[in-house]
Design a protein around this ligand. Sequence first.
Ligand code: 13P
Length: 257
Amino acid sequence: MGKRQFLIAGNWKMNGGPYQAAELLDGLKEKKKNISEDVDVVVCPPFVSLGMAVQHLHNSDIQVGAQDLYFENNGAYTGEISAAMLVESGCNYVIIGHSERRRYFAETDDLVNKKAKKAITEKIIPIVCVGESLDERKNNTHFNIVSDQVKKALKDISDTEILDVVIAYEPIWAIGTGETATPAQAQQMHVHIRSRLAELYDDETASAIGIIYGGSMKPANAEELLTQPDVDGGLIGGASLEAESFAELITIAENIS
Ligand code: 13P
């Protein structure tokens, strides 16, 4: 059983045009001149800033990802971006099925699955997001909801392909709210997800898949989350928008790994 690698991923959401991206990434490179090879680091700026990000991170240990893709190769899909275009732009990760896309852009589990499969075909690592709402947690349906999302998102993804997928558990109630899942809540859900993966694949495969946590992760709470045995990194929104805090998060992961 291989050791799971930490992944620290910044989801910039709709923040940072090309010039702002250049400034933020130069600041980050300045603060993190070398990154331990035990930690993978990726930033996911908006589409229009991907080119600038790739340029500024050339020869650095930081990789670039996108926040979405469309599953068709090309054609009359106004406003959409294909997986091949992301590859050509220098991306090797893509966030798929973020709760904000599910909620504001009506993304279904079926669409999430199509997008994840397309990323795999084009050899981009999909970071597939799952997570329950506050009501679902209060109703105690959160485990079932997340099981269902995992199963549907991974439909027809083979036992070798799944090894290049990252799952992000992002409880919706913890996103951008300043409220974080407790380390125990995160660990409990990550174990739950891993056991679903063991059912869909097998134990050995499940134990090799990275499951990262997202939802108000910041330097002040990262250590207690990242030291949970099944938390393999973070998908970071707000705290990835400042070089200082994102650099600190990387350092915390380096010190734990
Ligand atoms: P925040 O870190 O701002 O809560 O966002 C989390 C998130 O949605 C990352 O994808």
